[in-house]
Design a protein around this ligand. Structure first.
Ligand SMILES: Nc1ncnc2c1ncn2[C@@H]1O[C@H](COP(=O)(O)OP(=O)(O)OP(=O)(O)O)[C@@H](O)[C@H]1O
Ligand SMILES: Nc1ccn([C@H]2C[C@H](O)[C@@H](COP(=O)(O)O)O2)c(=O)n1
Length: 229
């Protein structure tokens, strides 16, 4: 049996806190480059949602690890957004709620769950290249990535972006509540013992406060050599 060496396939990692725009920017950059895209947060969210469907206690690590291995997760880009199928059902809307984000953040602190998702994430490294977003893409999953970005924005702007996003979908939330949730999730993601949210030493930092989506996409693409961009 021959094994394919994937280490020559270029990877662009985009890490950052909740609402910094990682998902939006990564997907657009991947489209522009014609590369694959991995939304790693969706994997943690999908396991959290599947655990909820199976009445699995979020404080039962052994059951959550079994659930991680047993959950089928598939992605389908419908041109408008990335749809996520969990065990064959389209769970995109449920996945995008703040409740699912908080559950994902809680189970993401369990080292065995993180290990169980490692190989799945690395399998996305396929020709001609991969753009991936998350919290530990540049530090743990693809430490050898040629291009690494750490996106940030002020917590207030991130809460406002989320407020607008949810309002547009008809979801009733308060700005103050969203700001509290965002700060709590950032604190949990950054303080966990394993693979905490932090920039890779070789990541380029982009503060997106006050920048539009197209401007951020252009700044990210400008980091790549002309032959790739
Ligand atoms: N630079 C930007 N300017 C204005 N709005 C933005 C910008 N980047 C993203 N947004 C909007 O902010 C919202 C959140 O963006 P997105 O979901 O990409 O963030 P994220 O970092 O992936 O969040 P999470 O980690 O919670 O999944 C979306 O509605 C998106 O359209
Ligand atoms: N690489 C990753 C991606 C995500 N997580 C955890 C922590 C997040 O709060 C949660 C949801 O992620 P999002 O969809 O908001 O990007 O999942 C992680 O620990 N590592």
């Amino acid at each position: 049996m021959t094994t394919t060496d994937t280490t020559t396939i270029p990877v662009l990692t985009i890490d950052g806190p909740s609402g910094s725009g990682k998902g939006t920017i990564s997907r657009l950059v991947a489209q522009r480059l014609g590369w694959h895209y991995l939304d790693s947060g969706a994997l943690y969210r999908a396991v959290g949602v599947a655990a909820g469907w199976g009445d699995i206690d979020l404080s039962d690590p052994a059951a959550l690890v079994r659930c991680t291995f047993d959950t089928e997760i598939a992605f389908r880009d419908d041109g408008k957004e990335l749809r996520v199928l969990v065990n064959g059902s389209d769970a995109t809307d449920e996945l995008r709620t703040e409740t699912a984000g908080a559950a994902a953040s809680a189970i993401a602190a369990i080292p065995e769950v993180r290990s169980a998702l490692k190989a799945r994430q690395r399998a996305f490294r396929q020709p001609p290249g991969l753009v991936t977003d998350g919290r530990d893409m540049g530090t743990v999953i693809f430490p050898d990535a040629a291009h690494k970005v750490f996106l940030t924005a002020s917590a207030e702007e991130r809460a406002e972006r989320r407020y607008k996003q949810l309002n547009d979908k008809g979801v009733s939330v308060t700005l103050a509540g969203l700001l509290r949730e965002i700060l709590a999730r950032d604190a949990r993601d950054a303080s966990r013992a394993v693979a905490p949210l932090r920039p890779a030493d070789d990541a380029v930092h982009i503060d997106t406060t006050g920048l539009g989506i197209d401007e951020v996409v252009d700044r990210v693409l400008a980091l790549l050599p002309a032959r790739e961009a």
